[in-house]
Write a protein that binds this ligand. Structure first.
Ligand SMILES: CC(C)(COP(=O)(O)OP(=O)(O)OC[C@H]1O[C@@H](n2cnc3c(N)ncnc32)[C@H](O)[C@@H]1OP(=O)(O)O)[C@@H](O)C(=O)NCCC(=O)NCCS
Length: 223
C-alpha cells in the first residue's frame, strides 16, 4: 500500500481532529478519555478546533493528512513542530510559563478534564527541557492512524515525512511515544531517553499510561 501526504487546510481542522480522536480513543490506556471524558462533543470539537487554529498562526507547525494514494482517502494524521533556532534556557522557561498561564486562564468546559491535561503538558515540558534544553529540534506532536487502517504503513509515512525535513534542516527529532508508537519509532532510529513522569492515578484513572521520551540524533547531511 502506498501513501501520500497533504497539508491540512484551515477548513479541514475538524476532519483532522476527528481522525486523531478516533485513533487515540481506541488506545488501551484510555488517556484520551481521561482528558475528554465527555467524548467528541460539539464543545470538545470547538475547543480542539480553536487550539489547532491558534497554532496555525505559528509557521513552525505542520499539520498533515496521510492518504491512501489510490483512493485519496484519509487514513491518518500527523502534526510536526520544527524549532529551527536554538533558544536560551530563559526563553524556554518563558514559553512554558506563557503556556501555563494560558491553561490557568482557560474557562472550564464540560466534558474536558483540564487538570489532567495540564499535568500531562507539565510532564511533557519538564522532560523536553531536561533532554533538549533550548536546542533546535523537530518535534512529532501527534501521529495517529484510523484503527481500521493500522499496521499498513500509514504511521510510518507520516513519521518519515517529518524526519525527511528534520534531516534536511539538520535537526534532531524528539517525541513522547505511546506503547503503540514505540516499536515504530525505534525502527526509525529513535532511542529511549526516559519515561515521561506522569501519574494519572491521582485523577482516578485506573489504566497504566506509560510514555517514553525518545530522541533521534540529527543526521549529518554530508554523510
Ligand atoms: C502508532 C500508530 C500511529 C502507528 O500507525 P500505523 O499506521 O499502524 O503504523 P505503521 O503501519 O506504519 O507501522 C506499524 C508498526 O508500528 C508498530 N505498531 C503499530 N501498531 C501496533 C500495536 N498495536 N502494537 C504494537 N506495535 C504496533 C509496529 O512496529 C508496526 O510494525 P509491524 O506492523 O511491522 O509490526 C497507530 O498505532 C495509532 O494511531 N495508535 C494510536 C495513537 C498513538 O498511540 N499514536 C502514537 C502517539 S506517540
Amino acid at each position: 500500500m502506498s501513501f501520500e501526504i497533504t497539508r491540512m487546510r484551515e477548513n479541514e481542522i475538524d476532519d483532522w481532529n476527528k481522525v486523531s480522536w478516533e485513533a487515540f480513543a481506541a488506545v488501551e490506556d484510555r488517556l484520551a478519555t481521561l482528558f475528554y471524558p465527555g467524548g467528541l462533543t460539539e464543545r470538545t470539537k470547538a475547543y480542539m478546533g480553536k487550539s489547532t487554529r491558534d497554532s496555525l498562526s505559528d509557521s513552525s507547525y505542520s499539520y498533515v493528512f496521510v492518504r491512501d494514494s489510490s483512493t485519496k482517502q484519509v487514513v491518518g494524521v500527523a502534526c510536526w513542530y520544527f524549532q529551527t533556532k536554538d533558544l536560551s534556557m530563559q526563553e524556554v522557561v518563558d514559553k512554558e510559563e506563557k503556556a501555563r498561564k494560558e491553561r490557568a486562564e482557560q474557562e472550564p468546559i464540560p466534558g474536558i478534564n483540564f487538570a489532567a491535561i495540564s499535568d500531562f503538558r507539565e510532564a511533557q515540558a519538564s522532560s523536553k527541557r531536561e533532554i533538549l534544553g533550548g536546542k533546535a529540534h523537530a518535534l512529532l506532536k501527534v501521529l495517529a492512524t484510523l484503527p481500521a487502517a493500522q499496521r499498513k504503513g500509514a504511521g510510518a509515512a507520516g513519521l518519515r515525512w517529518g524526519l525527511q525535513q528534520a534531516d534536511e534542516l539538520g535537526l534532531p527529532a524528539y517525541l513522547e511515544a505511546s506503547g503503540m508508537g514505540r516499536p515504530l519509532y525505534a525502527k526509525h532510529g529513535f532511542n529511549e531517553v526516559c519515561e515521561l513522569p506522569l501519574d494519572t492515578s491521582k485523577h482516578g484513572h485506573p489504566y497504566k499510561c506509560t510514555h517514553w521520551c525518545m530522541l533521534r540524533a540529527a543526521k549529518c547531511l554530508d554523510q
